[in-house]
Design a protein around this ligand. Structure first.
Ligand SMILES: [Zn+2]
Length: 442
């Protein structure tokens, strides 16, 4: 369910008879091999290789039938990372790995694969900048087998506040063209010219952290047409960023702006590092039955989930770290916390107000799954001092809603609805913003 299935999905199915015949021949061949040759200890087979370049880090994943034995070390002048993998042959997917690195990769200049000594394959990563590599194995989960992961983090990461300003400038520069193109659509799609403008009073800059769910190794839910949740959440997230950055006193940042995985704790950390006023996590999940439909909005709960479905969904979302792949030692005190303090209680109260405001706007463009904000223990909503909501834009598991989610006009309407919800909340609850500013400057 978690593994990208697009390729197999699109393959033309073999006619039933040919498939059976092929299976029979495979079985016959397999038993023949076993009877003629003595059985050798099974070498790990590399099943798949993937490269996920991102602004935060680039990840290279080797998926194998059994756990891989490896050694890694760094070499200076020029910067390289060497990874020796024992007991594998330089065949199959391993031979394609080098070709999967893009010229635009922020961290890898070149990747070479070769035989080091008998039974060892050596990968050499030639690097563009100094990196702090993290090499670790992941246990099988969902549809994934054993994974060996190489994460290349920059030694000197970009300043998130500077990046935020650059985003705003970029979007502002892109805005005029976008404006002209979208002028007509916007007039229709924005039913509330009566929204009090939060920017009218020359208040402080209002910062929103947009969190497109999943990414990279974690595709999220997959629709029946093969649509990945991670692609939809990124598309809507980017639209929302553009819309927010067009507002005079608002600016937006994203926990990810490309197809790479960000651990749940890092999403929260990123929001706190830029002192975000609000945190909006965007999703488009699956449910057990394809008939489930409608949008919903969630906030963190202090004691128990508001429904069984909300609890089930939070549990599924919280599994993202296992699927996306996080080194086990990386922890975060906020995510493990079970006791809540007064700050968190006040934050949840603001989260519910924000959630209701956004839910009201979404109700204008899509059927609502439930008429009220639901609550459950979502790890990504646990910033103690930032009102945070998770928007399930629609069910990707429902074929009609999957079609909607793929529709750019719907993505745009959804982003505008979220923006209007945020603006109404900010106009009605200026203290939620002011308190934040006060505590930041103290
Ligand atoms: Zn999701």
């Amino acid at each position: 369910m978690f593994k990208p299935v697009r390729a197999t999905y699109l393959t033309e199915p073999l006619p039933q008879v040919r498939q059976l015949r092929r299976r029979f021949l495979q079985m016959a061949g397999a038993s023949l091999l076993l009877t003629v040759h003595p059985v050798r200890a099974a070498a790990p087979a590399i099943l798949s290789v993937r490269v996920w370049p991102g602004s935060d880090y680039t990840r290279v994943t080797l998926e194998s039938s059994t756990p891989l034995d490896y050694k890694s070390f760094s070499v200076k002048d020029p910067e390289r990372l060497v990874l020796d993998i024992d007991g594998v042959d330089l065949t199959g997917p391993l031979t394609q790995l080098a070709g999967k690195v893009n010229e635009s990769d922020p961290y890898i200049k070149l990747l070479r694969a070769g035989k080091n000594k008998p039974g060892t394959v050596r990968l050499v990563f030639e690097l563009k900048v100094s990196v702090k590599p993290q090499v670790f194995r992941l246990q099988p989960i969902g549809e994934y087998g054993n994974r060996l992961v190489v994460d290349l983090y920059p030694e000197n990461p970009a300043d998130p506040l500077l990046a935020l300003l650059q985003d705003k400038q970029q979007d502002a520069a892109a805005a005029p063209a976008e404006d002209a193109r979208a002028q007509n659509g916007r007039k229709q799609a924005t039913p509330d010219d009566d929204v009090p403008d939060a920017s009218a009073n020359k208040g402080p800059i209002f910062t929103v952290m947009i969190d497109p769910g999943h990414g990279g190794e974690d595709p999220g839910a997959i629709g029946s047409r093969g649509t990945h949740e991670k692609a939809i959440t990124l598309a809507i997230g980017k639209r929302l960023r553009q819309l927010i950055n067009e507002q005079p006193n608002m600016r937006a940042s994203m926990t990810r702006d490309a197809d790479f995985f960000v651990p749940l704790a890092d999403r929260v950390r990123k929001a706190r590092r830029i002192n975000a006023d609000l945190f909006i996590s965007i999703h488009a999940d699956a449910f057990l039955t394809p008939t489930a439909k409608g949008s919903s909005v969630f906030a963190l709960s202090e004691n128990g989930a508001s429904s069984t479905a909300a609890k089930w969904l939070a549990k599924k979302e919280n599994e993202a770290d296992q699927v996306g792949g996080v080194r086990m030692s990386v922890g975060d005190p906020y995510l493990k916390r079970t006791l809540f303090d007064l700050t968190q209680t006040a934050t949840i109260s603001d989260s519910l107000k924000l959630g209701n405001s956004v839910l009201g706007e979404i109700g204008g463009i899509n059927r609502l799954h439930k008429g009220a904000v639901e609550q459950a223990s979502f790890a990504v909503l646990k910033a103690p001092d930032i009102p945070s909501i998770l928007v399930e834009t629609a069910f990707i598991s429902n074929p009609d809603e999957e079609a909607k989610l793929l529709d750019e006009a719907y993505q745009d309407k959804m982003a505008r609805a979220i923006l209007n919800g945020i603006r109404k909340f900010a106009a009605k609850n200026p203290t939620a913003v002011k308190l934040k500013v006060a505590s930041a400057s103290s």
